[in-house]
Design a protein around this ligand. Structure first.
Ligand code: AMP
Ligand code: MG
Length: 432
């Protein structure tokens, strides 16, 4: 506790209770706080990458009726041996069931997707016959069931086609449409705001003065937010002063989520905590045993503030102010810290709000290409390249090293005191 107190820049009673916690505890606290947003109905064309808010079951079997897999001839296999000659008694196109019947010694011209005529038990494809007027000559052996797609062989009526909390992918949309479903019930859209803080920051496109750097975190964050399906991102830039921060917070407070980059450490210019508390925010987490990203902060701006702020928040002009909590994530400003803390804490929170069941990053096994040891006091996320089943650390493993990050496609979590040897099989996290 002494160590913690000595790090506090100003007397800050509320923060004393924020001790450094483990990553797992931080994630649990965040996820306990956050609930899925209310469900909404949307046309399926707009549901890609949303999460189903209820289970869906097949109304129709697939295929819906027995049909032909080929353009060819429907016939009775038993009377259609190689070199047999059959009379073509009719034609069955796709789209209208003519309820035709076929007998031994006959064939019906048929097209892909057309219903199978009564009595037929096989299709012979047109490439395997010679057409001679009203007759065909069979040039192949014909087996019962050949080229017939049976009703329900792919999907049975009543079978679950989409589970509550499952991500809706392109093929899911195709499947829903195949059931005649035009609208789906999905969980709410998450709106996020980003504030980047720092006197040294200049927007890309402007001229740099000595000592300044380009502001790169909001580009990174917007892409990460987009990657996990959040919408309506608004971006604000502000200086390291309380007034400028307060004005920016007011403008983005109507969002479900607010991400602030920079200003959450312990220096005199790290004013985010104070600015948030000026708004009555409850700061529930400050500092997590994670590398990079230790000064990570999580808090909640209570709903009542949206009324008492007294201004129409950005993006809600002309509408009633929205009454809802805004969850705040303060990410340490170094780009790799932003990236790692976003994936470990912000992403699962957003996915939970969006109604997802699976909140974790995908993990794949890999063979480690080097020896690795974690001597630090925190879990360390190593950036690396997953290539041909091997994980190779890339670039400098420091929180400012953006180029190394840009070359990586996987993260390896090294636990406290963990030592790994070359060729060990490890689980790495991948994103995107
Ligand atoms: P801070 O967390 O504000 O102490 O910032 C830590 C480091 O990250 C400093 O070197 C900052 O210049 C850098 N940094 C902070 N915010 C950004 C940003 N938006 N874009 C690029 N670098 C940043
Ligand atoms: Mg700063």
């Amino acid at each position: 506790m002494l160590a913690i107190l000595s790090e506090l820049p100003i007397s800050n009673c509320q923060l004393i209770k924020c001790t450094v916690i483990s990553e797992d505890e931080a994630r649990r606290k965040i996820l306990d706080r956050i609930q899925p947003l209310p469900a909404r109905r949307t046309p399926i064309a707009q549901a890609l990458d949303c999460f189903a808010a209820e289970d869906y079951f097949a109304r129709l079997p697939l295929p819906t009726f027995d049909n032909s897999a080929m353009d060819g001839y429907a016939l009775v296999a038993g009377s259609s041996t190689k070199a047999a000659r059959l009379w073509v008694s009719g034609e069955q196109p796709a789209g209208r069931d003519k309820q035709l019947r076929v007998s031994r010694g006959e064939a019906i011209r048929i097209f892909t997707g057309a219903p199978i005529p009564w009595g037929a038990d096989a299709i012979v494809m047109q490439e395997d016959v010679t057409r001679e007027g009203d007759e065909i000559l069979i040039n192949t052996d014909v087996a019962v069931g050949e080229f017939i797609r049976r009703r329900g062989c792919d999907l049975a009526e009543g079978q679950r086609i989409l589970e509550k909390g499952e991500r809706i992918r392109a093929a899911t949309l195709g499947l829903l449409a195949s059931q005649g479903i035009a609208e789906v019930s999905v969980s709410g859209e998450v709106n996020a705001g980003i504030i980047s803080t720092g006197d040294e920051l200049v927007r890309p496109g402007k001229k740099l003065q000595p000592g300044q750097i380009y502001e790169s975190n909001s580009a990174l964050l917007e892409a990460l937010l987009q990657g996990c399906g959040a919408t309506g991102t608004s971006v604000e830039h502000c200086q390291d002063d309380r007034e400028s921060l307060a004005a920016a917070i007011k403008r983005v407070i109507a969002n479900h989520v607010l991400i602030i980059s920079g200003g959450v450490s312990v220096g005199e210019h790290d004013l985010v905590k104070d600015a948030l508390r000026d708004f009555g925010a409850e700061i529930e987490i400050w500092r997590v045993a994670i590398k990079p990203g230790k000064p990570f902060l999580f808090g909640r701006l209570p709903a009542k503030l949206l009324d008492s702020a007294g201004e129409t928040p950005a993006g809600t002009t002309g509408k009633m102010p929205v009454l809802r909590d805004c969850f705040v994530f303060g990410l340490p400003g170094n780009p790799v810290s932003v990236f790692v803390t976003f994936l470990q804490f912000v992403r699962p929170a957003i996915l939970k709000m969006m109604g997802a069941t699976d909140l974790s990053l995908r993990r794949v096994p890999a063979r480690l290409a080097v020896d690795l040891t974690n001597d630090s006091d925190r879990a360390h996320y190593i950036r690396g390249k997953l290539e041909g089943g091997r994980f190779i650390p890339v670039g400098r493993q420091e929180s400012h090293a953006l180029f190394g990050l840009s070359q990586s496609n996987a993260l390896l979590r090294l636990g406290l005191g963990q030592a790994l040897k070359m060729d060990d099989i490890v689980d790495v996290q991948i994103w995107g």
